[in-house]
Design a protein around this ligand. Structure first.
Ligand code: URP
Ligand code: ZN
Ligand code: ZN
Length: 476
C-alpha cells in the first residue's frame, strides 16, 4: 500500500474551507491534519511515498458526474465516447466518478440491458463508475425486474416522458413504475418533456420548411417542459415516491420544482453547464435559423432563450437549492457522419452534447464570476451527487474513511477549452470551443492513485471499479 500526503493546500468542503494536509493510505483518506501537525510524527512528509505540493491551491473531493451516456445507441447512431475514452476525459477534468445509464428498451429484459452495460464498462474505466437503469419499456416484465435493481447496487432509474417510439412512457406507465420506486426505495429520474406534443410541433415546423437545428429549440417549447415537470411531480406525489428531474433548462420548470419543495415534497432537480452558459440564440441559432452549425448543440431538453432569462434563473436556482446538482448529460456525437444525419431535418440530428471533461472547470468559472461560492461548487459537483445517489461517506468528501478521490485545483492557473487544447473526448469538435477558465485541474487522484498530473494522463483502463450504490441519502 502506498501513502500520499497532500500538503499546503486549502481543503474545501460543502460547508467550509481550511488549511489542511490530507494523508492517503492505499485507496482511502486516513487523516485530515492541521498544517504542521505532529500527531502522526515530526516529519510526516519524509515518511510517505509521495508528497503532492498543493501550496496556494484548493484540495477538493473528486467530481461526481451523475448523468453520462457512454456508447448510448440513440438517434440512429451511438454516442461516440466509449467507457475508456469518456472516463479518461472525465479524469482530465477532475471527475473521479461517473454514473452512467444502462439501457432497456421495449421487448428487452432489464437484466439483459444491465448486463450489457456491465460488459461495456468492465475493464475499461479510468475512474469509478455506477449505473442508473433506463427503463425504456415499462411492462409487467420490466416492473418485476426493477424490484431486483437495488440488490444489484443500481438504486435509481430513468423514465422518459419524451421520445415517443424510443424510450417514451405514458402516464399510466410512469405511475406504475413510480409505485415500484415507492416500494423499493429506487429513485425515479425523469426526462420531463411532453414528447407527443413536441413531435406534433416538430412535424409541423419541418413541413413548413423550418428544418434547421434552431427549430429543435422551438419545437421543444418551455411550456412542454414545465407541463411535464408538473405532471411528473403530481404522479410522484400520488404514489409517494421521491422524484429527481434531469437536465432542467426552463425557468418555469424550476418554479414547479421549487413549489413542490416548498410544500415539503421529496422533489429534486439537476441542471447542466449547457443550460447555464449556452443559449437558443447564440448556439442553436448560430449562423441563422437555417444554418446547420447549431447541430453541435442539439440536445434535449434544448438550449433556452437568453432573452427569456432561463440561464440566469438556473444560476439562481443553484444558489437557492431549488436545483441541487450539476451533471453534464454527457452524450457526445461527432459532427461528421453523426450530427450530419440531420441535415435537412432537425428531428434526425442525434440529441446530445459532450462535456464530461469540462464540468468542474465550467462550474469553477461560476465561482470566479460570483454566481456561486467555492463551497457550493464542491457541493453541486461532488458532495450532493454522492448523497443523492447513495455514495455518501465513500465519495464526495475529504474525510477519514472516504475513498481517496481528490483533485488539486489551481485558482491561479488557466484553462483554454477547445480541440487541440484540452480535448480528450472522442468528438471531432468541442461544444465548449473558446471558453476560457480562470483555474486549472492540476492533480487528480482516484482511489489513491494519481491519474492526471499537470495534464499528463497516468491512469489506465480497468482501474475504475463498479460502485454498488446505497439508496438515496438526500430525502427530507
Ligand atoms: O440530448 C440528450 N439529452 N441526449 C441524451 C439522452 C437524454 O435524454 O438524456
Ligand atoms: Zn433525458
Ligand atoms: Zn441524459
Amino acid at each position: 500500500m502506498s501513502t500520499t500526503l497532500i500538503t499546503g493546500g486549502t481543503v474545501v468542503s460543502a460547508t467550509g474551507r481550511a488549511a489542511a494536509d490530507v494523508l492517503i493510505d492505499g485507496e482511502r483518506i486516513v487523516a485530515v491534519l492541521e498544517p504542521g501537525s505532529r500527531l502522526l510524527g515530526t516529519d510526516l512528509a519524509a515518511s510517505v511515498d509521495t508528497v503532492v505540493d498543493a501550496t496556494g491551491k484548493y484540495v477538493i473531493p473528486g467530481g461526481i458526474d451523475a448523468h453520462t451516456h457512454m456508447e448510448l445507441p440513440f438517434g440512429g447512431t451511438s454516442a461516440s465516447d466509449t467507457f475508456e475514452t469518456g472516463t479518461r476525459a472525465a479524469a482530465h477534468g477532475g471527475t473521479t466518478t461517473i454514473i452512467d445509464f444502462a439501457v432497456q428498451r421495449y421487448g428487452e429484459r432489464v437484466q439483459d440491458g444491465l448486463a450489457t452495460w456491465h460488459e461495456k464498462a468492465a475493464g475499461s474505466c479510468a475512474i469509478d463508475y455506477g449505473f442508473h437503469q433506463i427503463v425504456g419499456g415499462v411492462d409487467e416484465d420490466s416492473l418485476t425486474a426493477m424490484r431486483s435493481l437495488v440488490d444489484e447496487g443500481v438504486t435509481s432509474f430513468k423514465l422518459f416522458m419524451a421520445y415517443p417510439g424510443v424510450f417514451y412512457a405514458d402516464d399510466a406507465q410512469v405511475l406504475r413504475a413510480m409505485q415500484v420506486a415507492r416500494d423499493t426505495g429506487l429513485l425515479t429520474m425523469m426526462h420531463a418533456e411532453n414528447g407527443p406534443a413536441i413531435d406534433v410541433l416538430a412535424e409541423q415546423l419541418v413541413a413548413s420548411g423550418r428544418s434547421g437545428p434552431y427549430y429543435h429549440g422551438i419545437a421543444r417549447a418551455w411550456q412542454l417542459e414545465e407541463e411535464a415537470t408538473h405532471r411528473a411531480i403530481m404522479l410522484a406525489d400520488v404514489t409517494g415516491a421521491p422524484l429527481y428531474v434531469v437536465h432542467v433548462s426552463a425557468k418555469q420548470a424550476v418554479a414547479q420544482l421549487a413549489a413542490a419543495r416548498d410544500a415539503g415534497k421529496n422533489v429534486f432537480g439537476e441542471t447542466c453547464p449547457q443550460y447555464l452558459y449556452l443559449s437558443l440564440e447564440e448556439q442553436l441559432g448560430a449562423g441563422g435559423p437555417e444554418s446547420f452549425e447549431g447541430a453541435k448543440w442539439v440536445c434535449s431538453t434544448p438550449l433556452r432563450s437568453r432573452a427569456e432569462g432561463h440561464q440566469d434563473s438556473m444560476w439562481q436556482a443553484l444558489r437557492t437549492n431549488d436545483l441541487q446538482m450539476v451533471s453534464t448529460d454527457h452524450c457526445p456525437f461527432c459532427f461528421k457522419d453523426q450530427k450530419e444525419l440531420g441535415r435537412g431535418d432537425f428531428r434526425a440530428i442525434p440529441n446530445g452534447i459532450g462535456g464530461i471533461e469540462h464540468r468542474m472547470d465550467l462550474m469553477y468559472q461560476g465561482v470566479v464570476t460570483g454566481e456561486i461560492t467555492l463551497e457550493r461548487w464542491v457541493e453541486l459537483t461532488s458532495t450532493t451527487p454522492a448523497r443523492m445517489f447513495g455514495l455518501a461517506g465513500r465519495k464526495g468528501v475529504i474525510a477519514p474513511g472516504a475513498d481517496a478521490d481528490v483533485v488539486v485545483y489551481d485558482p491561479n492557473g488557466h484553462t483554454s477549452i477547445g480541440v487541440g487544447k484540452t480535448h480528450h473526448m472522442n468528438m471531432d469538435y468541442s461544444a465548449w470551443e473558446g471558453f476560457e477558465i480562470d483555474g486549472h485541474v492540476d492533480t487528480v487522484i482516484s482511489r489513491g492513485r494519481v491519474v492526471v498530473d499537470d495534464g499528463a494522463y497516468l491512469g489506465s483502463p480497468g482501474h475504475g471499479r463498479f460502485l454498488k450504490r446505497d439508496l438515496t441519502q438526500y430525502l427530507v
